[in-house]
Design a protein around this ligand. Structure first.
Ligand SMILES: [Zn+2]
Length: 99
């Protein structure tokens, strides 16, 4: 299913961004350091389900220590590339052969 891909991406992004919250400022490297320099320190990171957002979308709610809160909605591009039933690319899908 499409949602599975987006959910996996959501959960992976959560793990990635959550490091921003857990890592002390001195230990941030490269992109993480740059991120905090540009937007500010991160207070919390939650998935949409954990934040109880009333949506079927997958995504991340990122709150900064200055109180700003951002919602990052996950959208898999080229939705038409995959079978809605089995979630495989159409050239690997055998759903229609079963009927
Ligand atoms: Zn299929």
């Amino acid at each position: 299913m499409m949602n599975d891909r987006e959910e996996k991406f959501q959960d992976a992004l959560f793990e990635l961004l959550n490091d921003l919250r857990l890592t002390s400022r001195e230990n941030l490297d490269g992109g993480a350091d740059c991120f905090v320099d540009m937007v500010g320190e991160v207070a919390s990171v939650r998935t949409y389900p954990d934040a109880h957002l009333l949506t079927m979308d997958k995504g991340i709610v990122l709150r900064l220590k200055n109180g700003d809160e951002f919602q990052l909605t996950i959208r898999l591009s080229e939705r038409g590339k995959y079978c809605d039933d089995c979630g495989n690319p159409y050239d690997e899908c055998s759903c229609e052969e079963d009927e």
